[in-house]
Ligand binder design. Sequence first.
Ligand code: MEV
Length: 412
Amino acid sequence: MKTSKISGFYKLSKKERLGFVKNFADLTHEEIKTLNESTVDFGIVDRMIENAISVMPVPLGIAVNFLINGKDYLIPMAVEETSVIAAASNAAKIARVKGGFKTSSTTPVMIGQIQLIHKNPEEAKKQILGNKEKILKMADGCDPMLVKFGGGAKDINVCILDNRMVITHLLVDVRDAMGANAVNTMCETVAPFIEKITGGKVYLRIISNLAVHRLSRATAVFSKDIIGEDVVDGIIQAYLFAKSDPYRCATHNKGIMNGVDAVIIASGNDFRAVESGAHAYASLNGYSPLTKYEKNKNGDLVGSIELPTPVGLIGGATKVHPTAKICVKILGVKTGRELGEIIAAVGLAQNFAALKALASEGIQKGHMGLHARNIAIMASAKGERIDKIAEQMVKEKKIRIDRAKEIMKELE
Ligand code: MEV
């Protein structure tokens, strides 16, 4: 039985870490070589975007200890910020004591919007709804493979805005795709028909990133015996603060997206799509936290999260970018829904870890070591000196470039 539970992963050498991941995910020698070299064939990059000149490598790490629906996961996370991966791994370690994360999700339905301008919007709405079956059939004709796998255009909603805009929502089950290509093609295909039956003029035909029908949820119990009753209360207070104040809520949700985006980037998905959807979803009833916290009867902390997860496993960079392909293999996910649920669990873990730190020693303590190392490097320290100078500055609580230079001289 494979486990993602490991202490001191950070103490292992790169080779040892890769060895652990290799065993967990049955990676091949070639795949380990790709990770080891950590460069991407320029031919691939050049086909992915225009005007490519190189790659911008973002550190890729592994969050450990995740137990989700009784299954162990190693979670690849691509992120430039210090402490994010350690915090997620630590939260997962605490969560697994009470059974880990439990997740669920809705069917992966995305919305395509078709904007029609019409002098008589009520009449146009009637025409569109009266031709619903024809429109759905026409949309399905764009993607027989999607239909074959149980997806396709499922329904239509129509609303009127400003008493002149008739907005058709095409609801499409996109299965394991992110869905933008399928949905946009469908919208563009049915638009001329909508113009024809209504006599109006179509302008926009595009997917909506507010993916309210494609939600992932996760919940976990964090034992009061491990984190302490004060921290349980502190986290609940932090949640209530975010609930009442958009200034705090933006930062609360930013902490969630630290984890969410890192998994999305590692898996080659579109993090802007998920970011915009998450914040729009959080704003539906006044800007609110994406997570919730309460105490259970036992006094333990119960955390939960719900957010739209328009992510896929087919199409886009997921199937093209060699590192993303390996990350998906490490995750071991078989469906877009499973990936969305993992993302929700990581978002909850990340938020819990941030609130736990904020409710106890504060966030800076964990950051200081690496910050001090960066300052030492900026002061031109090399090799072992970097750690020595950083340690000294942390001890003195004087993490400044002038002090780093002074210590460097003292050491000489
Ligand atoms: C920093 O990247 C994220 C936090 O600010 C999140 C939070 O305040 O909840 C620590």
